[in-house]
Design a protein. Structure first.
Length: 304
């Protein structure tokens, strides 16, 4: 019998342990010294709500699955039919092939073939590596098509500092702007400064009853270009951080209020190279020339 998420690839080092799955090159488990840093899923289960999945060649949603490139009108499958959206890309449920697997690192590859709705071929590559600095994830795409290809990517880890709920956890989110979304279809309506609102977490404070399901931008970064989000449980001192490099101008943050089995028990912090509907709006959308590579990195570390 094969697990629902396929083969399981375990890596470990410096007290960290991660499990990546064949299905979607998904991050199923991340622990440090035996303590879970993620709200993942069991080996005999499936990812729900995007848990640990890679979102390629677009993150989040595309309205009606329709977009235009040049004179081409393209229609993607509506993978979120209840909201009439194309959601989270095309590679979440496909089998990725292992390129290299060592004690502390695993590299996987998938060739996304040209298809209805996305007529470009991409070589996709991801490396998961654990070290004393925590987990580092590097996602790479190469356009193998003869024409320029629209591209964006993201990832969907759910951070955890205990059994929850997240109400008492402190969030540090160095973002000056959030996107207001249509609550029915979860698509962007427009930007809003966080200052003076309940979504300003630039100074650490408890989440309390705040329901968060928004993309954030205008991110404060360190000298290396990294933005870092921190989640801490003051009752235990347990804390975790997610960082993303300068290629990720967006962070989606989600308190899982409408996700059965994870309701406010984790906080998804999703690094994205573009926000929802970028194939339609063009905002921060990358266009990869034939033969062009694009790489970006993010990671998670224990702060306890």
């Amino acid at each position: 019998m094969v697990a629902p998420s396929g083969e399981q690839y375990e890596i470990s080092g410096s007290g960290y342990r991660a499990v990546v799955t064949e299905c979607g090159a998904t991050l199923r488990v991340l622990e440090h010294d035996g303590r879970a840093l993620l709200h993942g899923f069991d080996e005999d289960g499936m990812s729900t709500g995007g848990q640990g999945q890679l979102l390629v060649p677009w993150p989040n949603r595309i309205r009606d699955g329709r977009y235009t490139v040049g004179d081409q009108e393209l229609q993607l499958p509506l993978s979120e039919p209840t909201r009439q959206n194309a959601s989270h890309g095309l590679v979440r449920w496909v089998a990725w092939s292992v390129e290299e697997h060592t004690g502390g690192s695993v590299a996987l590859r998938y060739r996304l073939m040209a298809q209805s709705g996305y007529p470009w071929t991409l070589d996709l590559h991801v490396v998961y590596d654990v070290s004393a600095d925590g987990l580092t994830v590097t996602q790479t795409a190469t356009n193998l098509a003869a024409e320029p290809a629209p591209y964006a990517h993201g990832a969907h880890p759910y951070l955890s500092v205990g059994p929850g709920p997240c109400d008492g956890w402190e969030l540090t989110l160095p973002a000056a702007t959030r996107t207001i979304s249509d609550p029915e279809r979860k698509l962007p309506v427009g930007p809003e400064p966080v200052e003076g609102t309940g979504f300003d977490f630039r100074v650490p404070r408890p989440i309390r009853e705040t329901e968060i399901d928004h993309a954030f931008t205008d991110l404060a970064r360190d000298g290396s270009g990294r933005v870092t989000v921190e989640l801490r449980d003051p009752a235990t001192g347990h804390a975790v951080a997610l960082w993303a490099d300068a290629a990720h101008p967006w962070l989606m943050v989600y308190t899982a209020d409408d996700l059965p089995g994870a309701h406010r028990r984790a906080v998804a912090v999703e690094p994205m190279t573009a926000q929802a509907d970028a194939f339609r709006t063009g905002e921060d959308l990358l266009v990869l020339d034939p033969g062009q590579d694009f790489s970006a990195s993010w990671g998670i570390r224990d702060l306890t």
